[in-house]
Design a protein around this ligand. Structure first.
Ligand SMILES: Nc1ncnc2c1ncn2[C@@H]1O[C@H](COP(=O)(O)OP(=O)(O)OP(=O)(O)O)[C@@H](O)[C@H]1O
Ligand SMILES: [Mg+2]
Length: 272
């Protein structure tokens, strides 16, 4: 099949980096009572060739929370997710999953332990049916009964997906493809769902619906780590957020504090 690639991905993150925290409001309150992080970055640096992309990034994602990563174009957001999943290897620093350093572990190892990604542009296998795309999300699982149970849960969450099970994924609308991509990611039974710009390319009327679906997944107890350009929408849902600027975390705070930060858009997100 020569469709878009797209295996479930994993990723991970964390880290409150005191040196990079500029906001004064107390951050990370929401994370404190949540036990140990599932995913962490400890002083992560990445390079593409000689180009230094992520610079001493520290992040942490705790069970059940919703956090977002904001940043202007080319600030390193997708690279962060890819590094969490093991698609990009850091030059220095540690990617930590449940306390274990996983720098040398493949993406499949991370997926099996509960980290999955809905990639940028969804990346469905467009020539395969919706049903086949969903099945592929469970490619590391053998529990047939559990797989069937999860499929039914996804059908009830996304009735539109159920109506289109035999349709080729490439013929679906953007909003429908997003639902299939989320369903496929859920088939891996994630504890943390990484999402790379879930509202990108969706008609404006679908953006709100899409965020409602993300919130619904979060309500099931799954932690969400969301990269978004839509800062207001993402922060209105999230507990906490980080802002990346040319590969560095320049803000690390509660979502409320970030929403109230008058400099957020102009100074940090490169907006006019
Ligand atoms: N495979 C690669 N090889 C070389 N450079 C890359 C590669 N992938 C990304 N880059 C560069 O790394 C930088 C960060 O890219 P990244 O995709 O992480 O940014 P981003 O914040 O997700 O951007 P966008 O908002 O456009 O999605 C960019 O300058 C990009 O051109
Ligand atoms: Mg990106």
């Amino acid at each position: 099949m020569n469709d878009d690639n797209n295996s479930p991905e994993v990723d991970e993150t964390d880290g409150a980096d005191a040196e990079t925290v500029e906001a004064s409001a107390p951050a990370k309150d929401t994370a404190k009572d949540k036990g140990n992080p599932i995913l962490e970055f400890r002083n992560i640096n990445t390079h593409y060739g000689a180009v230094h992309i992520l610079k001493d990034v520290n992040l942490a994602i705790y069970p059940g929370e919703m956090v977002c990563l904001l940043g202007g174009n080319a600030s390193g957001k997708s690279t962060t997710l890819k590094t969490l999943l093991g698609m990009v290897t850091p030059t220095t620093g540690e990617v930590v999953l449940d306390g274990e350093v996983v720098n040398d572990k493949p993406t499949s190892y991370r997926v099996e332990r509960g980290i999955t990604m809905v990639p940028e542009n969804r990346r469905l296998f467009k020539r395969l049916s919706v049903a086949e795309n969903l099945q592929l999300g469970a490619y590391l699982r053998n529990d047939k009964a559990g797989i069937q149970e999860d499929l039914e849960r996804i059908y009830s969450m996304f009735p539109r997906v159920y109506e289109r099970l035999s349709q080729k994924a490439g013929t679906l609308s953007g909003g429908e493809q997003q639902m299939v991509a989320m369903g496929r990611a859920l088939m891996a039974q994630p504890r943390v769902l990484l999402m790379d710009e879930p509202s990108m390319g969706l008609a404006p009327t679908l953006v709100q619906t899409n965020f409602e679906l993300i919130e619904q997944i979060h309500q099931e107890g799954i932690a969400i780590f969301m990269v978004e350009q839509n800062a207001n929408m993402a922060l209105s849902l999230a507990d906490r957020g980080w802002v990346l600027q040319t590969g560095r975390v320049v803000l690390d705070d509660t979502a409320d504090a970030l929403l109230a930060n008058p400099d957020l858009r102009k100074s940090y997100l490169g907006e006019a």
